[in-house]
Design a protein around this ligand. Structure first.
Ligand SMILES: Nc1ccn([C@@H]2O[C@H](COP(=O)(O)O)[C@@H](O)[C@H]2O)c(=O)n1
Length: 600
Protein backbone atom coordinates (compact mmCIF):
# COMPACT_ATOMS: atom_id res chain seq x y z
CA UNK A 1 0.00 0.00 0.00
CA UNK A 2 1.06 3.62 -0.46
CA UNK A 3 2.75 5.24 2.56
CA UNK A 4 -0.17 7.62 3.16
CA UNK A 5 -2.89 4.98 2.87
CA UNK A 6 -4.77 4.10 6.06
CA UNK A 7 -4.27 0.60 7.48
CA UNK A 8 -7.14 -1.74 6.64
CA UNK A 9 -9.65 -2.54 9.37
CA UNK A 10 -10.45 -6.04 10.52
CA UNK A 11 -13.90 -7.23 9.49
CA UNK A 12 -15.79 -10.52 9.17
CA UNK A 13 -14.88 -12.19 5.87
CA UNK A 14 -16.32 -14.84 3.57
CA UNK A 15 -13.84 -17.32 2.09
CA UNK A 16 -12.83 -17.57 -1.58
CA UNK A 17 -14.66 -20.47 -3.23
CA UNK A 18 -11.46 -21.88 -4.80
CA UNK A 19 -12.09 -24.49 -7.52
CA UNK A 20 -10.72 -26.18 -10.64
CA UNK A 21 -10.51 -22.92 -12.67
CA UNK A 22 -10.19 -19.59 -10.85
CA UNK A 23 -10.16 -15.98 -12.04
CA UNK A 24 -9.16 -12.60 -10.67
CA UNK A 25 -10.94 -9.77 -12.44
CA UNK A 26 -10.32 -6.02 -12.48
CA UNK A 27 -12.25 -3.44 -14.45
CA UNK A 28 -12.65 0.33 -14.73
CA UNK A 29 -9.44 0.97 -12.81
CA UNK A 30 -9.39 4.53 -14.21
CA UNK A 31 -5.79 5.08 -13.11
CA UNK A 32 -6.27 4.19 -9.41
CA UNK A 33 -3.02 2.18 -9.43
CA UNK A 34 -2.15 3.61 -6.03
CA UNK A 35 -5.41 2.38 -4.47
CA UNK A 36 -7.43 4.70 -2.24
CA UNK A 37 -5.20 6.72 0.05
CA UNK A 38 -8.20 8.04 1.99
CA UNK A 39 -10.26 4.87 2.39
CA UNK A 40 -9.13 1.91 4.47
CA UNK A 41 -11.41 -0.55 2.66
CA UNK A 42 -9.70 0.02 -0.68
CA UNK A 43 -6.19 0.96 0.36
CA UNK A 44 -4.20 -1.78 -1.39
CA UNK A 45 -2.35 -0.74 -4.56
CA UNK A 46 -1.32 -2.40 -7.83
CA UNK A 47 1.88 -3.68 -6.21
CA UNK A 48 -0.20 -5.48 -3.55
CA UNK A 49 -2.40 -6.93 -6.26
CA UNK A 50 0.75 -8.27 -7.94
CA UNK A 51 1.80 -10.02 -4.71
CA UNK A 52 -1.76 -11.29 -4.18
CA UNK A 53 -1.96 -12.80 -7.67
CA UNK A 54 1.47 -14.41 -7.27
CA UNK A 55 0.41 -16.24 -4.09
CA UNK A 56 -2.79 -17.44 -5.71
CA UNK A 57 -0.90 -18.62 -8.81
CA UNK A 58 1.40 -20.56 -6.49
CA UNK A 59 -1.64 -22.09 -4.85
CA UNK A 60 -3.00 -23.12 -8.27
CA UNK A 61 0.36 -24.65 -9.22
CA UNK A 62 0.52 -26.48 -5.92
CA UNK A 63 -2.93 -28.05 -6.10
CA UNK A 64 -3.11 -28.49 -9.88
CA UNK A 65 -5.88 -25.97 -10.46
CA UNK A 66 -5.62 -22.88 -12.67
CA UNK A 67 -5.77 -19.14 -12.18
CA UNK A 68 -6.33 -16.55 -14.91
CA UNK A 69 -6.20 -12.76 -14.54
CA UNK A 70 -8.55 -10.59 -16.57
CA UNK A 71 -8.87 -6.84 -17.05
CA UNK A 72 -11.81 -5.41 -18.95
CA UNK A 73 -10.69 -1.88 -19.77
CA UNK A 74 -11.07 1.78 -18.80
CA UNK A 75 -7.63 1.70 -17.24
CA UNK A 76 -7.15 5.40 -17.95
CA UNK A 77 -8.79 8.74 -16.99
CA UNK A 78 -9.98 9.28 -13.45
CA UNK A 79 -6.85 9.68 -11.35
CA UNK A 80 -4.00 12.18 -11.19
CA UNK A 81 -1.41 9.48 -11.97
CA UNK A 82 -2.86 9.39 -15.47
CA UNK A 83 -4.51 12.76 -15.90
CA UNK A 84 -1.91 15.08 -14.42
CA UNK A 85 1.14 13.47 -16.00
CA UNK A 86 2.69 14.95 -19.11
CA UNK A 87 2.18 13.30 -21.49
CA UNK A 88 -0.99 11.87 -19.97
CA UNK A 89 -0.34 8.19 -19.37
CA UNK A 90 3.40 8.63 -18.81
CA UNK A 91 3.29 6.25 -15.82
CA UNK A 92 0.16 4.23 -16.56
CA UNK A 93 1.46 1.86 -19.21
CA UNK A 94 4.61 1.08 -17.23
CA UNK A 95 2.63 0.30 -14.08
CA UNK A 96 -0.10 -1.74 -15.77
CA UNK A 97 2.29 -4.05 -17.57
CA UNK A 98 3.94 -5.16 -14.31
CA UNK A 99 0.94 -7.40 -13.62
CA UNK A 100 0.73 -10.67 -15.46
CA UNK A 101 -2.71 -10.24 -17.07
CA UNK A 102 -3.85 -13.21 -19.14
CA UNK A 103 -6.72 -11.54 -20.98
CA UNK A 104 -7.14 -7.80 -21.52
CA UNK A 105 -9.18 -5.47 -23.74
CA UNK A 106 -10.03 -1.82 -24.31
CA UNK A 107 -12.72 0.27 -22.63
CA UNK A 108 -14.42 3.36 -24.00
CA UNK A 109 -12.07 5.73 -22.16
CA UNK A 110 -9.12 4.40 -24.14
CA UNK A 111 -11.01 5.53 -27.27
CA UNK A 112 -12.46 8.98 -26.47
CA UNK A 113 -9.28 10.62 -27.74
CA UNK A 114 -7.12 9.59 -30.70
CA UNK A 115 -3.92 9.78 -28.66
CA UNK A 116 -5.13 7.39 -25.95
CA UNK A 117 -6.24 4.88 -28.60
CA UNK A 118 -2.76 5.22 -30.10
CA UNK A 119 -1.45 4.60 -26.57
CA UNK A 120 -3.17 1.21 -26.68
CA UNK A 121 -1.65 0.53 -30.09
CA UNK A 122 1.90 1.50 -29.10
CA UNK A 123 1.93 0.31 -25.46
CA UNK A 124 -0.80 -1.92 -24.05
CA UNK A 125 -1.28 -4.17 -27.07
CA UNK A 126 2.46 -5.00 -27.43
CA UNK A 127 2.94 -5.12 -23.63
CA UNK A 128 0.26 -7.81 -23.44
CA UNK A 129 1.02 -9.44 -26.78
CA UNK A 130 -1.12 -12.51 -27.31
CA UNK A 131 -3.35 -11.59 -24.37
CA UNK A 132 -5.02 -8.44 -25.74
CA UNK A 133 -8.12 -9.21 -27.81
CA UNK A 134 -10.26 -6.84 -29.89
CA UNK A 135 -13.22 -8.80 -31.20
CA UNK A 136 -15.09 -5.71 -32.38
CA UNK A 137 -12.53 -2.91 -32.43
CA UNK A 138 -10.40 -1.55 -35.29
CA UNK A 139 -7.88 1.27 -35.34
CA UNK A 140 -6.18 3.33 -38.02
CA UNK A 141 -2.59 2.11 -37.80
CA UNK A 142 -0.68 5.34 -37.00
CA UNK A 143 2.34 4.04 -38.93
CA UNK A 144 0.66 3.48 -42.28
CA UNK A 145 -2.80 5.09 -42.03
CA UNK A 146 -4.60 1.80 -42.71
CA UNK A 147 -7.54 0.39 -40.76
CA UNK A 148 -6.82 -2.88 -38.96
CA UNK A 149 -8.04 -4.82 -35.89
CA UNK A 150 -6.46 -3.28 -32.77
CA UNK A 151 -5.48 -6.79 -31.66
CA UNK A 152 -6.45 -10.39 -32.60
CA UNK A 153 -10.22 -11.01 -32.65
CA UNK A 154 -10.10 -14.16 -30.50
CA UNK A 155 -7.84 -16.88 -29.26
CA UNK A 156 -7.93 -20.50 -28.25
CA UNK A 157 -5.63 -21.73 -25.54
CA UNK A 158 -5.19 -24.43 -22.92
CA UNK A 159 -4.82 -23.67 -19.23
CA UNK A 160 -1.47 -24.46 -17.66
CA UNK A 161 -2.35 -27.13 -15.10
CA UNK A 162 -5.75 -28.56 -15.97
CA UNK A 163 -5.44 -28.34 -19.74
CA UNK A 164 -8.87 -26.72 -20.03
CA UNK A 165 -9.42 -25.69 -23.66
CA UNK A 166 -10.71 -22.14 -23.73
CA UNK A 167 -12.05 -20.10 -26.63
CA UNK A 168 -11.84 -16.41 -25.67
CA UNK A 169 -13.30 -13.21 -27.13
CA UNK A 170 -12.63 -9.61 -25.97
CA UNK A 171 -15.42 -7.09 -26.66
CA UNK A 172 -16.39 -3.48 -26.10
CA UNK A 173 -20.03 -2.34 -25.91
CA UNK A 174 -21.52 -0.51 -28.92
CA UNK A 175 -19.74 2.72 -28.01
CA UNK A 176 -20.34 5.69 -30.30
CA UNK A 177 -18.33 8.48 -28.62
CA UNK A 178 -14.91 7.41 -29.91
CA UNK A 179 -12.51 9.63 -31.86
CA UNK A 180 -12.21 9.05 -35.59
CA UNK A 181 -9.10 6.84 -35.47
CA UNK A 182 -11.01 3.86 -34.04
CA UNK A 183 -14.04 1.88 -35.19
CA UNK A 184 -16.29 0.00 -32.82
CA UNK A 185 -18.09 -2.70 -34.79
CA UNK A 186 -21.58 -3.16 -33.32
CA UNK A 187 -21.98 -6.55 -31.68
CA UNK A 188 -25.01 -7.26 -33.88
CA UNK A 189 -22.72 -7.00 -36.93
CA UNK A 190 -19.81 -8.88 -35.32
CA UNK A 191 -21.86 -12.00 -34.58
CA UNK A 192 -22.65 -12.27 -38.31
CA UNK A 193 -19.00 -12.11 -39.36
CA UNK A 194 -17.50 -15.31 -40.76
CA UNK A 195 -14.48 -15.37 -38.41
CA UNK A 196 -16.89 -15.37 -35.43
CA UNK A 197 -19.12 -18.09 -36.83
CA UNK A 198 -16.06 -20.18 -37.79
CA UNK A 199 -14.56 -19.84 -34.31
CA UNK A 200 -17.79 -21.13 -32.79
CA UNK A 201 -17.74 -24.24 -35.00
CA UNK A 202 -14.82 -25.64 -32.98
CA UNK A 203 -16.17 -28.45 -30.81
CA UNK A 204 -12.92 -29.18 -28.96
CA UNK A 205 -13.66 -26.51 -26.42
CA UNK A 206 -14.24 -26.90 -22.67
CA UNK A 207 -15.14 -23.29 -21.92
CA UNK A 208 -16.10 -20.22 -23.90
CA UNK A 209 -14.87 -17.06 -22.25
CA UNK A 210 -16.33 -13.71 -23.28
CA UNK A 211 -14.76 -10.79 -21.52
CA UNK A 212 -15.32 -7.16 -22.36
CA UNK A 213 -16.00 -3.61 -21.46
CA UNK A 214 -19.69 -4.40 -21.53
CA UNK A 215 -22.38 -4.19 -18.84
CA UNK A 216 -23.31 -7.76 -17.93
CA UNK A 217 -27.02 -6.92 -18.35
CA UNK A 218 -26.60 -5.19 -21.69
CA UNK A 219 -28.27 -5.98 -25.00
CA UNK A 220 -24.77 -6.71 -26.38
CA UNK A 221 -24.11 -9.55 -23.91
CA UNK A 222 -27.68 -10.85 -24.27
CA UNK A 223 -27.09 -11.17 -28.01
CA UNK A 224 -23.67 -12.78 -27.58
CA UNK A 225 -25.12 -15.26 -25.13
CA UNK A 226 -27.97 -16.14 -27.50
CA UNK A 227 -25.67 -16.51 -30.52
CA UNK A 228 -23.07 -18.60 -28.73
CA UNK A 229 -25.66 -20.79 -27.05
CA UNK A 230 -27.32 -21.59 -30.34
CA UNK A 231 -23.95 -22.70 -31.79
CA UNK A 232 -22.68 -24.52 -28.68
CA UNK A 233 -25.72 -25.74 -26.78
CA UNK A 234 -23.92 -27.27 -23.81
CA UNK A 235 -20.47 -25.66 -23.59
CA UNK A 236 -20.10 -23.60 -20.39
CA UNK A 237 -19.85 -19.86 -21.10
CA UNK A 238 -18.21 -17.47 -18.65
CA UNK A 239 -18.68 -13.72 -19.21
CA UNK A 240 -16.70 -10.92 -17.55
CA UNK A 241 -18.09 -7.40 -17.86
CA UNK A 242 -17.34 -3.81 -17.05
CA UNK A 243 -18.33 -0.20 -17.75
CA UNK A 244 -21.15 0.24 -15.26
CA UNK A 245 -18.84 0.54 -12.22
CA UNK A 246 -20.85 -1.82 -10.03
CA UNK A 247 -20.47 -5.27 -8.56
CA UNK A 248 -22.83 -7.60 -10.36
CA UNK A 249 -23.38 -11.23 -11.28
CA UNK A 250 -25.87 -12.43 -13.85
CA UNK A 251 -26.98 -16.00 -14.36
CA UNK A 252 -27.87 -16.67 -18.00
CA UNK A 253 -28.48 -20.40 -17.59
CA UNK A 254 -27.16 -23.32 -15.54
CA UNK A 255 -23.85 -23.30 -17.44
CA UNK A 256 -23.47 -19.63 -18.25
CA UNK A 257 -22.88 -16.69 -15.91
CA UNK A 258 -21.36 -13.19 -15.95
CA UNK A 259 -19.31 -11.30 -13.38
CA UNK A 260 -18.70 -7.56 -13.14
CA UNK A 261 -16.17 -6.24 -10.62
CA UNK A 262 -16.90 -2.62 -9.76
CA UNK A 263 -14.56 0.30 -10.30
CA UNK A 264 -11.49 2.31 -9.26
CA UNK A 265 -9.50 -0.57 -7.70
CA UNK A 266 -12.15 -0.94 -5.02
CA UNK A 267 -12.89 -4.51 -6.01
CA UNK A 268 -10.90 -7.53 -7.11
CA UNK A 269 -13.48 -9.86 -8.58
CA UNK A 270 -12.99 -13.56 -7.88
CA UNK A 271 -14.75 -16.20 -9.96
CA UNK A 272 -14.37 -19.96 -9.99
CA UNK A 273 -15.71 -22.87 -12.01
CA UNK A 274 -15.73 -26.50 -11.03
CA UNK A 275 -16.61 -29.58 -13.04
CA UNK A 276 -15.24 -28.49 -16.41
CA UNK A 277 -14.19 -31.09 -18.94
CA UNK A 278 -10.53 -30.84 -19.97
CA UNK A 279 -8.42 -31.85 -22.98
CA UNK A 280 -7.13 -34.78 -20.95
CA UNK A 281 -10.49 -35.95 -19.63
CA UNK A 282 -10.52 -39.03 -21.83
CA UNK A 283 -7.04 -40.06 -20.75
CA UNK A 284 -7.66 -39.42 -17.08
CA UNK A 285 -11.08 -40.78 -16.16
CA UNK A 286 -10.86 -39.33 -12.69
CA UNK A 287 -10.71 -35.90 -14.30
CA UNK A 288 -13.77 -36.41 -16.46
CA UNK A 289 -16.33 -33.66 -16.40
CA UNK A 290 -18.45 -33.99 -13.30
CA UNK A 291 -22.16 -34.24 -13.92
CA UNK A 292 -22.59 -30.62 -12.95
CA UNK A 293 -20.60 -27.49 -13.69
CA UNK A 294 -20.73 -25.08 -10.76
CA UNK A 295 -19.91 -21.38 -10.68
CA UNK A 296 -19.07 -19.23 -7.64
CA UNK A 297 -18.23 -15.55 -7.24
CA UNK A 298 -16.74 -13.29 -4.60
CA UNK A 299 -16.15 -9.52 -4.63
CA UNK A 300 -12.94 -8.87 -2.70
CA UNK A 301 -12.52 -5.48 -0.99
CA UNK A 302 -9.14 -4.28 -2.24
CA UNK A 303 -7.22 -4.04 1.03
CA UNK A 304 -4.42 -5.93 2.77
CA UNK A 305 -6.65 -7.38 5.47
CA UNK A 306 -8.60 -9.27 2.79
CA UNK A 307 -5.50 -10.13 0.77
CA UNK A 308 -3.59 -11.52 3.76
CA UNK A 309 -6.59 -13.59 4.78
CA UNK A 310 -7.24 -15.08 1.34
CA UNK A 311 -3.59 -16.02 0.82
CA UNK A 312 -3.01 -17.15 4.42
CA UNK A 313 -0.06 -14.73 4.61
CA UNK A 314 0.81 -11.93 6.96
CA UNK A 315 2.53 -8.55 6.87
CA UNK A 316 5.94 -10.23 6.58
CA UNK A 317 5.18 -13.12 4.25
CA UNK A 318 2.71 -11.39 1.91
CA UNK A 319 4.69 -8.77 -0.06
CA UNK A 320 6.76 -10.15 -2.94
CA UNK A 321 9.84 -8.32 -4.15
CA UNK A 322 8.15 -7.57 -7.48
CA UNK A 323 5.03 -6.27 -5.74
CA UNK A 324 7.07 -4.04 -3.43
CA UNK A 325 9.02 -2.61 -6.37
CA UNK A 326 5.77 -1.68 -8.10
CA UNK A 327 4.38 -0.11 -4.92
CA UNK A 328 7.57 1.92 -4.68
CA UNK A 329 7.40 2.97 -8.36
CA UNK A 330 3.80 4.13 -7.91
CA UNK A 331 4.86 6.15 -4.86
CA UNK A 332 7.68 7.76 -6.85
CA UNK A 333 5.29 8.62 -9.67
CA UNK A 334 2.85 10.19 -7.18
CA UNK A 335 5.65 12.18 -5.54
CA UNK A 336 7.03 13.39 -8.86
CA UNK A 337 3.57 14.72 -9.73
CA UNK A 338 3.29 16.50 -6.38
CA UNK A 339 -0.11 15.00 -5.64
CA UNK A 340 0.03 15.96 -1.97
CA UNK A 341 -0.01 19.68 -2.81
CA UNK A 342 -2.88 21.25 -0.84
CA UNK A 343 -5.27 23.67 -2.54
CA UNK A 344 -7.73 24.04 0.30
CA UNK A 345 -9.49 22.33 3.12
CA UNK A 346 -12.95 20.83 2.64
CA UNK A 347 -15.16 21.73 5.62
CA UNK A 348 -17.26 18.56 5.27
CA UNK A 349 -17.76 15.54 3.00
CA UNK A 350 -19.44 16.02 -0.37
CA UNK A 351 -20.99 12.91 -1.90
CA UNK A 352 -21.88 11.87 -5.44
CA UNK A 353 -24.48 9.27 -4.41
CA UNK A 354 -24.59 9.00 -0.61
CA UNK A 355 -26.80 12.06 -0.24
CA UNK A 356 -29.94 13.01 -2.13
CA UNK A 357 -29.80 15.89 -4.59
CA UNK A 358 -30.26 18.66 -3.60
CA UNK A 359 -28.61 18.40 -0.16
CA UNK A 360 -25.94 20.36 1.71
CA UNK A 361 -23.62 17.37 1.45
CA UNK A 362 -24.36 16.61 -2.22
CA UNK A 363 -21.40 17.42 -4.46
CA UNK A 364 -23.85 18.62 -7.12
CA UNK A 365 -25.50 21.08 -4.76
CA UNK A 366 -22.04 22.42 -3.97
CA UNK A 367 -21.46 22.90 -7.71
CA UNK A 368 -24.73 24.56 -8.59
CA UNK A 369 -25.06 26.78 -5.53
CA UNK A 370 -21.43 27.71 -4.94
CA UNK A 371 -18.73 26.74 -7.43
CA UNK A 372 -20.50 27.62 -10.69
CA UNK A 373 -22.35 30.81 -9.69
CA UNK A 374 -19.32 32.16 -7.85
CA UNK A 375 -16.83 31.35 -10.61
CA UNK A 376 -18.49 31.98 -13.96
CA UNK A 377 -18.86 35.37 -15.57
CA UNK A 378 -21.22 35.45 -18.54
CA UNK A 379 -20.34 37.39 -21.71
CA UNK A 380 -19.90 41.13 -21.11
CA UNK A 381 -23.00 42.34 -22.99
CA UNK A 382 -25.32 40.01 -21.22
CA UNK A 383 -24.73 39.48 -17.54
CA UNK A 384 -27.27 36.73 -17.19
CA UNK A 385 -26.65 33.07 -17.96
CA UNK A 386 -27.64 29.54 -17.15
CA UNK A 387 -24.91 26.91 -16.86
CA UNK A 388 -25.64 23.24 -17.32
CA UNK A 389 -23.21 20.46 -16.54
CA UNK A 390 -23.58 16.68 -16.57
CA UNK A 391 -23.33 14.77 -13.30
CA UNK A 392 -21.22 12.02 -14.95
CA UNK A 393 -18.33 14.48 -15.29
CA UNK A 394 -17.94 14.32 -11.50
CA UNK A 395 -16.28 11.02 -10.72
CA UNK A 396 -15.70 10.88 -6.99
CA UNK A 397 -16.53 12.26 -3.56
CA UNK A 398 -14.70 14.96 -1.61
CA UNK A 399 -13.80 14.00 1.95
CA UNK A 400 -13.63 16.49 4.79
CA UNK A 401 -10.01 17.66 5.13
CA UNK A 402 -7.23 18.48 2.67
CA UNK A 403 -8.30 19.07 -0.94
CA UNK A 404 -5.12 18.22 -2.84
CA UNK A 405 -3.91 17.90 -6.41
CA UNK A 406 -4.85 14.22 -6.01
CA UNK A 407 -8.44 15.16 -5.05
CA UNK A 408 -8.74 17.56 -7.97
CA UNK A 409 -8.28 14.81 -10.55
CA UNK A 410 -10.26 12.16 -8.67
CA UNK A 411 -13.26 14.47 -8.65
CA UNK A 412 -12.90 15.94 -12.12
CA UNK A 413 -10.32 14.23 -14.35
CA UNK A 414 -11.63 15.37 -17.72
CA UNK A 415 -10.13 18.12 -19.84
CA UNK A 416 -13.44 19.61 -21.06
CA UNK A 417 -13.92 23.35 -20.78
CA UNK A 418 -17.13 25.36 -20.92
CA UNK A 419 -18.79 26.71 -24.07
CA UNK A 420 -21.69 29.06 -24.51
CA UNK A 421 -24.35 30.29 -26.91
CA UNK A 422 -25.21 33.99 -26.64
CA UNK A 423 -28.65 35.49 -26.16
CA UNK A 424 -30.89 32.44 -26.15
CA UNK A 425 -34.54 33.31 -25.44
CA UNK A 426 -35.04 32.56 -21.74
CA UNK A 427 -38.40 30.86 -22.31
CA UNK A 428 -36.55 28.09 -24.20
CA UNK A 429 -33.29 28.09 -22.23
CA UNK A 430 -35.19 27.60 -18.99
CA UNK A 431 -36.87 24.44 -20.33
CA UNK A 432 -33.64 22.79 -21.47
CA UNK A 433 -32.74 21.12 -18.18
CA UNK A 434 -36.09 19.27 -18.06
CA UNK A 435 -35.53 17.93 -21.53
CA UNK A 436 -32.07 16.66 -20.58
CA UNK A 437 -33.25 15.07 -17.35
CA UNK A 438 -36.72 13.69 -17.97
CA UNK A 439 -38.30 11.12 -20.24
CA UNK A 440 -38.46 12.23 -23.87
CA UNK A 441 -36.73 12.24 -27.24
CA UNK A 442 -33.28 13.24 -25.94
CA UNK A 443 -33.18 10.43 -23.39
CA UNK A 444 -34.29 7.97 -26.07
CA UNK A 445 -31.45 9.11 -28.31
CA UNK A 446 -28.92 8.74 -25.49
CA UNK A 447 -30.11 5.19 -24.94
CA UNK A 448 -29.91 4.38 -28.65
CA UNK A 449 -26.37 5.77 -28.86
CA UNK A 450 -25.22 4.19 -25.59
CA UNK A 451 -24.05 7.61 -24.40
CA UNK A 452 -25.19 8.84 -21.03
CA UNK A 453 -24.65 11.91 -18.93
CA UNK A 454 -24.95 10.42 -15.43
CA UNK A 455 -22.23 8.63 -13.46
CA UNK A 456 -22.08 5.05 -14.85
CA UNK A 457 -23.30 3.40 -11.63
CA UNK A 458 -26.48 5.48 -11.90
CA UNK A 459 -27.03 4.43 -15.49
CA UNK A 460 -26.71 0.83 -14.24
CA UNK A 461 -29.13 1.46 -11.39
CA UNK A 462 -31.89 2.34 -13.85
CA UNK A 463 -32.02 -1.35 -14.67
CA UNK A 464 -31.55 -2.44 -11.07
CA UNK A 465 -34.04 -0.41 -9.04
CA UNK A 466 -33.20 -2.33 -5.87
CA UNK A 467 -29.88 -0.47 -5.76
CA UNK A 468 -31.90 2.59 -4.73
CA UNK A 469 -34.69 0.95 -2.76
CA UNK A 470 -32.35 -1.10 -0.61
CA UNK A 471 -30.39 1.89 0.51
CA UNK A 472 -33.00 4.59 0.62
CA UNK A 473 -34.83 2.83 3.37
CA UNK A 474 -31.70 3.22 5.49
CA UNK A 475 -31.36 6.30 7.57
CA UNK A 476 -28.42 8.55 6.77
CA UNK A 477 -25.30 7.60 8.66
CA UNK A 478 -22.98 10.33 9.76
CA UNK A 479 -19.60 8.82 9.12
CA UNK A 480 -16.65 9.75 6.98
CA UNK A 481 -14.44 7.52 4.95
CA UNK A 482 -11.63 7.99 7.45
CA UNK A 483 -13.43 7.03 10.61
CA UNK A 484 -14.85 3.65 9.71
CA UNK A 485 -14.74 1.72 12.96
CA UNK A 486 -15.50 -1.97 12.80
CA UNK A 487 -16.89 -3.95 15.69
CA UNK A 488 -16.66 -7.60 14.99
CA UNK A 489 -19.01 -10.45 15.48
CA UNK A 490 -22.22 -8.60 16.16
CA UNK A 491 -25.33 -7.16 14.59
CA UNK A 492 -25.61 -5.06 11.42
CA UNK A 493 -25.16 -1.90 13.50
CA UNK A 494 -21.72 -3.03 14.56
CA UNK A 495 -20.38 -3.46 11.03
CA UNK A 496 -18.82 -0.62 9.11
CA UNK A 497 -20.25 0.76 5.85
CA UNK A 498 -19.25 -0.73 2.52
CA UNK A 499 -20.52 -2.74 -0.42
CA UNK A 500 -23.58 -4.91 0.25
CA UNK A 501 -24.18 -6.41 -3.17
CA UNK A 502 -27.43 -8.07 -4.18
CA UNK A 503 -26.99 -10.04 -7.42
CA UNK A 504 -28.56 -13.02 -9.21
CA UNK A 505 -26.94 -15.46 -6.77
CA UNK A 506 -28.12 -13.65 -3.64
CA UNK A 507 -26.56 -11.42 -1.03
CA UNK A 508 -23.45 -13.38 -0.13
CA UNK A 509 -21.07 -12.20 -2.87
CA UNK A 510 -18.99 -9.62 -0.98
CA UNK A 511 -15.96 -11.00 0.84
CA UNK A 512 -16.34 -8.40 3.60
CA UNK A 513 -19.58 -8.19 5.54
CA UNK A 514 -20.68 -4.55 5.66
CA UNK A 515 -23.38 -2.18 6.69
CA UNK A 516 -25.37 -0.69 3.79
CA UNK A 517 -24.23 2.59 2.23
CA UNK A 518 -27.06 4.88 1.11
CA UNK A 519 -27.32 5.33 -2.68
CA UNK A 520 -29.47 8.16 -4.02
CA UNK A 521 -30.60 8.95 -7.52
CA UNK A 522 -28.95 11.90 -9.28
CA UNK A 523 -30.19 13.69 -12.41
CA UNK A 524 -28.36 13.69 -15.77
CA UNK A 525 -27.53 17.37 -15.46
CA UNK A 526 -27.58 20.16 -12.90
CA UNK A 527 -28.03 23.87 -13.55
CA UNK A 528 -26.88 27.12 -11.99
CA UNK A 529 -28.26 30.59 -12.78
CA UNK A 530 -25.93 33.55 -13.05
CA UNK A 531 -27.16 37.09 -12.47
CA UNK A 532 -30.74 36.16 -11.57
CA UNK A 533 -32.76 33.71 -9.50
CA UNK A 534 -35.36 31.29 -10.82
CA UNK A 535 -37.88 32.82 -8.42
CA UNK A 536 -37.32 36.44 -9.61
CA UNK A 537 -40.45 38.30 -10.76
CA UNK A 538 -38.69 39.84 -13.76
CA UNK A 539 -37.33 37.02 -15.83
CA UNK A 540 -34.57 37.87 -18.34
CA UNK A 541 -35.57 38.07 -22.01
CA UNK A 542 -32.42 36.30 -23.10
CA UNK A 543 -29.57 34.46 -21.34
CA UNK A 544 -26.26 32.96 -22.37
CA UNK A 545 -26.59 29.19 -22.32
CA UNK A 546 -23.31 27.86 -20.94
CA UNK A 547 -22.41 24.18 -20.65
CA UNK A 548 -19.66 21.64 -20.24
CA UNK A 549 -18.40 21.02 -23.79
CA UNK A 550 -18.81 17.25 -23.36
CA UNK A 551 -22.60 17.75 -23.58
CA UNK A 552 -22.67 20.19 -26.53
CA UNK A 553 -24.40 17.71 -28.83
CA UNK A 554 -27.27 17.34 -26.36
CA UNK A 555 -27.55 21.07 -25.68
CA UNK A 556 -27.89 21.81 -29.42
CA UNK A 557 -30.38 18.97 -29.88
CA UNK A 558 -32.40 20.10 -26.87
CA UNK A 559 -32.56 23.69 -28.04
CA UNK A 560 -33.60 22.39 -31.46
CA UNK A 561 -36.53 20.53 -29.87
CA UNK A 562 -37.48 23.76 -28.12
CA UNK A 563 -37.61 25.59 -31.44
CA UNK A 564 -34.22 27.32 -31.21
CA UNK A 565 -32.00 26.31 -34.06
CA UNK A 566 -28.27 26.56 -33.32
CA UNK A 567 -25.25 24.75 -34.68
CA UNK A 568 -21.71 24.35 -33.34
CA UNK A 569 -20.85 27.49 -35.35
CA UNK A 570 -22.95 29.50 -32.91
CA UNK A 571 -20.99 28.29 -29.87
CA UNK A 572 -18.03 29.99 -28.22
CA UNK A 573 -15.28 28.85 -25.93
CA UNK A 574 -15.43 30.28 -22.40
CA UNK A 575 -12.25 31.69 -20.83
CA UNK A 576 -10.01 30.43 -23.63
CA UNK A 577 -11.07 26.85 -22.99
CA UNK A 578 -10.12 26.78 -19.29
CA UNK A 579 -11.10 23.30 -18.09
CA UNK A 580 -13.95 22.82 -15.65
CA UNK A 581 -11.39 21.01 -13.46
CA UNK A 582 -9.32 24.19 -13.18
CA UNK A 583 -12.39 26.35 -12.59
CA UNK A 584 -13.34 24.09 -9.67
CA UNK A 585 -9.79 24.12 -8.27
CA UNK A 586 -9.56 27.91 -8.41
CA UNK A 587 -12.81 28.09 -6.44
CA UNK A 588 -11.36 25.74 -3.82
CA UNK A 589 -8.21 27.86 -3.51
CA UNK A 590 -10.26 30.99 -3.04
CA UNK A 591 -12.94 29.67 -0.65
CA UNK A 592 -11.54 26.80 1.40
CA UNK A 593 -8.76 28.09 3.62
CA UNK A 594 -5.87 25.68 3.38
CA UNK A 595 -4.87 26.45 6.97
CA UNK A 596 -8.32 25.84 8.42
CA UNK A 597 -8.94 23.72 11.51
CA UNK A 598 -10.17 20.64 9.57
CA UNK A 599 -6.72 20.24 8.06
CA UNK A 600 -4.58 20.62 11.12
N1 LIG B 1 -14.93 13.59 -21.20
C1 LIG B 1 -15.89 12.95 -20.51
C2 LIG B 1 -16.00 11.57 -20.56
C3 LIG B 1 -17.00 10.94 -19.84
N2 LIG B 1 -17.87 11.67 -19.11
C4 LIG B 1 -18.92 11.01 -18.29
O1 LIG B 1 -18.50 9.71 -17.95
C5 LIG B 1 -19.50 8.77 -18.30
C6 LIG B 1 -18.90 7.51 -18.86
O2 LIG B 1 -18.09 6.97 -17.89
P1 LIG B 1 -17.52 5.49 -18.00
O3 LIG B 1 -16.43 5.44 -17.01
O4 LIG B 1 -18.62 4.56 -17.72
O5 LIG B 1 -17.09 5.30 -19.38
C7 LIG B 1 -20.35 9.43 -19.37
O6 LIG B 1 -21.65 8.94 -19.29
C8 LIG B 1 -20.26 10.88 -18.98
O7 LIG B 1 -21.28 11.14 -18.07
C9 LIG B 1 -17.75 13.04 -19.07
O8 LIG B 1 -18.56 13.72 -18.40
N3 LIG B 1 -16.76 13.66 -19.79
Amino acid sequence: AQPLAPAPKAAPLRELPWAQLNFLHTTDIHGWWGGHVQEASFSADWGDYISFAKHLRDRADADGSDLLLIDTGDRIEGNAIYDSSKPRGKFTYEIAKKQNIDLICSGNHELYKAESADGEFFHTVPDFKGNYLASNLDIINPNNGRRQPLAPRYKKFKTKNQGIRILAFGFIFDFTGNDNNTFVIPVEQTVKESWFKDALRDKDIDLILVYGHVDVRSAEYALLYKTIRSAQWDTPIQFFGGHSHIRDYKIFDSTSVALESGRYMETIGFMSIDGLRTADSDKRPAQQQKSKVTFSRRYIDNNLFSMHHHTKKNETTFPTEHGLNVTFAIGEARDSLGLGERYGCAPHDLWVSRRPYPHDESIFTWLDTQVLPQSIKPSERNKKAIIITNTGGIRFDVFKGPFTKDTKFLVSPFTSGLRYIKDVPYKSASRLIKLLNNEGPILDMMKDGNTYLQPPEHVAAQYRPDMYIASQSQELHSYTAQDQTPLLGGSEDELFPGYTTHDDAGKDGDDTIHQVIPFYQVPNCVQANIGFNTGDEDKPEVVDVMYNEFIQKWILLGLGYLGESYTSEDTHSYADGKSFTNIMTEWVKEHWDVASEECT
